[in-house]
Design a protein around this ligand. Structure first.
Ligand code: PLP
Length: 445
């Protein structure tokens, strides 16, 4: 019935998100991402950049997860993208959540997430945030240093601690080992201290690094965790939790595929951990990256002449080149270039009012170009050298797979507002099942 009521509404808009109906309206907005982009550009004259989030893609990622890793419960890493409708979808699908601060924990409790479905996965925590976790009944927390044990002894009597161990993260874009993780010898000392203080340690966690490009890292890390389980056993602990962290790919590429990671992880976990050990993970990028596409407007352009006669800039090759200035950049959604070591690839979207993704086989001649953000800082460069057709001021570029570590750390430096978000849902049938199940479980509670 709900699906039959699909009407002409194209997308849920970010300004609607606070309303109760935004989630329900996702049944009605079933247009493709490209159609939402097109309609928005045609209906609006403000040229502002905007994201389109396809909630259906989040649902598809979850279905893929459950099929491939049935033993591993996902605790979505909220830091990766805390978009309200994405979180609401995750809550409805019954996942857990990895939170790193009081703010993230409060946010997820506000969504009705039970405390048992939250892990406070930050090994170095502020005292008041620990007290908050204690008051709210959030028990699972990670640690990797002795001071954390003293803090927990003082502020959180019922904590269930998870020891984060140091693993080799050399095969990852974003490495964490310089900041977090206890080596095997430190792990022994920490567990001895935990025993002495009477602290309940329930298991081990690791993170292979975000943007991991070698599935073998997961296998090696599982082995390290197994060794620490054995140390725990020697010291009289009976660990029941393995947390395999994040690092799952947001999309398949030439270096790594989700299927390959699953194969390696499933095999290692089943080989080294008996069935009674609960296994959780903290995927972030995997769920959010591919759900978001951003459309940006070319607000200015400089044409580069080889003799420097035009805009005073001398090109260094035989081609004419262009410098395109777009209205989101490094200080906004593209902070992922700095913080997440990404290289988002611009694609032509609209030229002279013609939508280029409709062109099919028609290929425009491409030139060497650079792409810049809108602020007055020269660091605000998205790409120093990329191939694009000749485009004009007012034309549009788009970037796909922009949902991970983008919106969550964007600023409004120089007065440029964060890009707004429109929502669509290309997976209504599965979404409907999930939403109905969520309603039923609410009634049962
Ligand atoms: N868990 C922890 C503790 C993290 O620090 C991060 C990322 O920074 C994640 C999970 C999510 O990692 P990913 O997005 O690579 O899955």
């Amino acid at each position: 019935e709900i699906i039959a009521s699909i009407n002409a509404q194209t997308s849920v808009k970010s300004e609607d998100v606070k309303s109760q109906n935004a989630f329900a309206n996702l049944f009605k907005c079933t247009h493709s991402v490209q159609d939402v982009i097109k309609n928005h550009i045609l209906e609006n004259e403000d040229e502002d950049p905007f994201f389109v989030c396809d909630i259906g893609q989040v649902v598809r990622q979850h279905i893929k997860w459950v099929r491939n890793l049935p033993r591993i419960e996902p605790f979505y890493a909220v830091k990766c993208c805390g978009d309200p409708l994405l979180l609401k979808t995750m809550v409805s699908m019954g996942t857990g959540f990895d939170c790193a601060s009081r703010g993230e924990m409060q946010n997820m409790l506000n969504y009705g997430v039970p405390p048992s479905k939250i892990i406070y996965a930050n090994p170095c925590k502020q005292n008041s945030h620990i007290r908050f976790a204690s008051e709210k009944g959030i028990e699972m927390m990670t640690f990797d240093n002795v001071d954390e044990l003293y803090k927990v002894k003082k502020y959180h009597k019922s904590a269930k601690m998870v020891l984060r161990v140091l693993i080799d993260d050399s095969n990852s874009l974003c490495k964490f080992s310089s900041k977090f993780g206890a080596s095997p010898s430190a792990a022994r000392e920490l567990l001895e201290k935990a025993r002495e203080l009477g602290i309940n340690v329930i298991g081990v966690s690791f993170h292979v690094g975000s943007g991991c490009f070698a599935s073998s890292s997961f296998r090696d890390a599982v082995l390290v965790a197994r060794n620490v389980f054995d140390i725990g056993k020697e010291l009289g602990f009976d660990f029941t939790l393995l947390d395999v962290g994040g690092g799952f790919p947001g999309s398949d590429n030439e270096n790594i595929s989700f299927g390959e990671v699953c194969e390696v992880l499933r095999t290692a976990v089943d080989k080294y951990f008996p069935a009674h050990v609960r296994v959780i993970a903290e995927p972030g990028r995997y769920y959010s990256a591919s759900a978001f596409t951003i459309a940006t407007n070319i607000i200015a352009r400089r044409i580069v002449k080889r003799d420097g006669s035009d805009d005073g800039i001398v090109g260094n090759d035989d081609h004419p080149s262009f410098m395109y200035y777009i209205n989101d950049g490094i200080y906004g959604s593209f902070n992922s270039i700095m913080f997440d070591h990404q290289h988002p690839r611009p694609k032509p979207l609209c030229k002279n009012g013609q939508f280029l993704f409709d062109n099919g086989e028609t290929r425009e001649t491409e030139f060497n170009c650079s792409v810049w953000g809108p602020t007055c800082d020269s660091l605000d460069c998205l790409s120093k050298n990329t191939l694009l057709p000749e485009l004009d001021v007012g034309d549009w570029l788009y970037f796909d797979e922009m949902g991970a570590y983008t919106i969550s750390a964007a600023s409004e430096f120089n007065g440029f507002k964060k890009s707004k978000i429109l929502y669509t849902n290309t997976e209504t049938t599965e979404f409907l099942k999930i939403a109905i199940a969520a309603e039923q479980s609410k009634n049962l509670n």
